[in-house]
Design a protein around this ligand. Structure first.
Ligand SMILES: Cc1cc2nc3c(=O)[nH]c(=O)nc-3n(C[C@H](O)[C@H](O)[C@H](O)COP(=O)(O)OP(=O)(O)OC[C@H]3O[C@@H](n4cnc5c(N)ncnc54)[C@H](O)[C@@H]3O)c2cc1C
Length: 753
């Protein structure tokens, strides 16, 4: 790869302008990535039907800064709890189950598809959108093997570094990824009749079930009806499903050329639902004369990978699924979010694109496939084919938790996992992260005792043994044990067991950090004077400071530029709900923040990547009263997340871990005295870590000219005196700490005297 290629800005082409392609285009444009979108139709357009945007998809829209646009377009312009009230469809309409939504985090939107698309069209840069561009094939560029050439039906071509196929279930891009062998499109043996009905007309026809508080699902043998209001509750969206469960998905595809969507007569629909209850009769009466009938196709068997070379698929092109959890588009939005975060990362360049798309696929495929399978299970359950068959009063047990595992997905954790993989593989710089350190530990641990894709959602006493603790995971599995140690970071779920659901102690520190990597040679060539090879350097100034040190064998300079507000107490002005903690900003923003600083800092700013990341630093505040409750204890950031100004946060977690390991392996420790042991752990570790927490706040204040000597820079050495500040952190005697804990346990009779 030529050096010219290596330094070039990555150019992305998106094929397909449905909801997923458009979301991806908006996300990339907002992140400053160069992107062009190619749509087969003459204009953006969606079918006349409703769409449900679940809480996970809402979080994507919020993170992309387009949620307000979407809410403004739809009526009512507000979030509402998602999920359904399930009623029996045959005979009287008995409510048998209601999906629970817990608080605003589990709210979503029900809206007209065209309106949703419109909102996205309103924010996309139209000059990058090209219509009547039906992709027919993909090849390598004849002039540059690192580029890909798209060929369109009209004979034109377009060259790009990355191609993202968001061209729906019939995807041409997927065919390219599969090497043209097969296309994995399978008939699901499910058809859906769809129509929109004015709500007053439906009520006048005798429809009784309440629809405005929650969408309704009428369940029955092999069929179900989804009914929910859109357009300010004036229109009712109806989707009536009928399925065959005797034929496996994909084993009886429709004859070649059969249309997937056709208009049918209302009489056909009435025939299918003959014998259903009075509200269904009313709906059938009011349906348009010629409702549309959709033969629903899915991607099956699942793809082995979402990517080949510099080409990847997202949305239905990657994982078209049954619509029974209203989650298909949401999965595409999650894809778009991860792709945009990765492709706009400051370390992304032409040379590591393939590795990035591999990681995208590795992370997204298991998640989307899990939702694919849950959607199928949900449909079976609605149709009396789930674990409880047609025992309608028990279907709630089969449905419990299905929606939650779709909704409660942690997008930021997914992004962090992708970064860790990229660092592990050397595609992103390892030195800039704890990954290299982590690698050394991974070499020592028994992999058989490590379990992945296990997001802890709750911690409770075991129902069968009060001396055991039960962990519940997002995938519905559980694990019972004697002691639980929560090392789940600043956003800890385990901490909720100690402090209660509503009290998470996560506070914005009013400090942000801009981060970037600069080749040292570039920095020197630009006139940077201070020799960084010998010593990490901290540039100090009013309310801001710059930490600059070499990594990667002194070839790269790691820059962390802090900017703080000291007029707002910690935790007094938290970020709005859902605001991302890490975002990509422009170098110009950074330059503005440090306007007027000296020549070396201004050289640094000139050399920073065009899109540095900005971290809103959160800390644990107010401090916990204890690190333990019962048989559960916390360590690391989950216990004492702190400001990074002494580089001491992980060190405190390591000290916690050492103490816990010594105590739990002590010969006197047993299941009876475990609570007393954890109690003393907390009594000793809490004041120590809190002292370091306070010291870190103090160090930041000194660097920013708000310490005891304010901006009297010549004297701040007195404030930073190693004796007072650093040595107590570095010279901690943890053997003495351990001996103290053991003697306390003996005094209390927990250990033998
Ligand atoms: C009955 C039903 C109800 C549903 N309800 C929900 C719901 O409530 N919530 C939810 O999240 N999901 C729902 N879904 C799923 C959701 O509709 C899809 O997941 C989503 O629309 C997929 O979006 P997409 O952008 O990937 O594909 P599409 O919307 O299919 O867009 C693909 C785009 O690519 C263009 N294109 C195709 N081929 C080419 C080509 N060769 N060259 C250029 N352009 C091309 C097309 O013209 C189109 O604009 C439902 C699905 C069904 C069938």
């Amino acid at each position: 790869m030529s050096s010219e290629d290596r330094n070039r800005k990555v150019e992305v082409a998106i094929v397909g302008g449905g909801v997923c392609g458009l979301t991806c285009a908006v996300a990339l444009q907002k992140a400053g990535v160069s992107v062009q979108l190619f749509e087969a139709a003459a204009a953006f357009g969606e079918i006349g039907a409703g769409i449900g945007i679940g809480p996970n998809a809402v979080r994507v829209l919020r993170a992309l800064g387009v949620l307000d646009e979407v809410l403004q377009k739809c009526s009512p312009g507000e979030l509402r709890p998602r999920g359904f009230i399930y009623h029996t469809g045959v005979g009287e309409h008995r409510a048998v189950y209601k999906t629970t939504a817990e608080g605003p985090e589990e709210e979503g939107i029900g809206m007209h598809r065209a309106v949703f698309l419109d909102a996205l069209v309103g924010v996309v840069d139209r000059s990058a959108c090209h219509f009547n561009k039906r992709l027919v094939s993909i090849s390598d560029s004849p002039t540059n093997p690192n580029r890909t050439l798209l060929h369109f039906l009209d004979g034109t071509t377009h060259e790009a570094d990355v191609v993202l196929g968001a061209d729906g279930i019939k995807s041409s891009v997927r065919k390219f990824i599969l090497g043209g062998k097969d296309d994995r499109t399978a008939f699901s043996n499910t058809v859906a009749y769809r129509g929109l009905i004015p709500y007053p007309k439906l009520k006048a026809a005798g429809f009784k079930t309440e629809l405005t508080s929650s969408p309704a699902c009428f369940v029955g043998p092999s069929k179900h009806f989804i009914v929910f209001p859109i357009k300010n509750d004036t229109i009712i969206n109806v989707v009536a499903f009928a399925a065959r469960y005797d034929i496996p998905v994909g084993s009886a595809n429709l004859p070649e050329g059969t249309p997937w969507v056709e208009e049918v007569s209302k009489d056909e629909l009435k025939q299918v639902y003959q014998g259903w209850g009075p509200d269904i009769v009313a709906i059938l009466e009011c349906m348009p004369e010629n409702p549309s009938k959709w033969s629903i196709h899915v991607v099956h068997p699942p793809l082995e990978s979402y990517t080949a070379g510099r080409v990847a698929v997202l949305g239905d092109a990657a994982h078209g699924m049954l619509p029974h959890l209203g989650a298909g588009a949401g999965q595409g939005l999650e894809d778009a979010y991860l792709l945009s975060r990765l492709l706009s990362h400051p370390e992304t360049h032409i040379a590591n694109i393939e590795a990035i798309l591999q990681v995208y696929s590795q992370i997204r495929k298991p998640r989307a496939q899990a939702v694919w399978e849950l959607s199928q299970l949900a449909g079976r359950t609605y149709d009396g084919n789930g674990p409880h068959r047609e025992e309608w009063d028990s279907v709630g047990a089969d449905l419990d938790g299905l929606f939650h595992s779709v909704w409660r997905h942690d997008l930021d954790a997914e992004f962090e996992a992708a970064l860790a993989l990229l660092r592990d593989r050397g595609a992103f710089s390892a030195d800039a992260s704890p990954a290299a350190f982590l690698d050394a530990l991974i070499g020592e641990i028994d992999p058989a005792s490590c379990h992945f894709h296990k997001r802890c959602v709750s911690v409770a006493e075991s129902p069968s043994n009060p001396k055991r603790v039960l962990l519940s995971f997002l995938d519905g599995t559980t694990h019972e044990t004697d002691v639980v140690l929560g090392a789940d970071g600043i956003k800890s779920s385990v901490r909720k067991f100690l402090v209660g659901e509503g009290d998470n102690r996560v506070a914005f520190s009013n400090t942000v950090a801009y981060r970037g990597l600069i080749p040292y040679a570039d920095l020197k060539a630009a006139g940077f004077k201070i020799n960084l090879a010998d010593h990490p350097t901290c540039f100090m100034g009013p309310n801001k400071h710059f930490i600059v040190f070499p990594i990667n064998d002194t070839k790269t300079i790691n820059v962390v530029a802090f900017s703080a507000r000291y007029d707002i107490p910690i935790g007094a002005a938290n970020l709005p709900e859902g605001a991302p903690w890490v975002e990509i900003v422009t170098r110009d923003e950074l330059k503005k923040v440090y306007e007027g600083w000296g020549p070396d800092v201004s050289t640094l700013l000139d050399c920073m990547p065009e899109k540095p990341s900005k971290w809103s630093i959160h800390v644990l505040y107010p401090p916990l009263e204890s690190y333990t409750k019962g048989r559960v204890a916390l360590l690391g950031d989950a216990a004492h997340g702190m400001l990074p100004h002494m580089g001491a946060g992980a060190g405190q977690g390591l000290e916690d871990a050492y103490m816990l390991a010594r105590l739990l392996s002590h010969p006197d420790t047993n299941v009876e005295n475990i609570e007393a042991v954890l109690q003393v752990y907390s009594e000793v570790r809490l004041p120590r870590a809190q002292m370091v927490w306070d010291g870190s706040v103090f160090a930041g204040r000194v660097y920013d000219g708000t310490g005891p000597h304010s901006q009297d820079w010549e004297k701040i050495g007195e404030d930073l005196s190693p004796e007072k500040l650093y040595k107590p952190v570095w010279r901690h005697d943890f053997e003495a700490e351990f001996a103290g804990v053991v003697s306390t346990l003996r005094e209390r009779g927990a250990f033998t005297a």
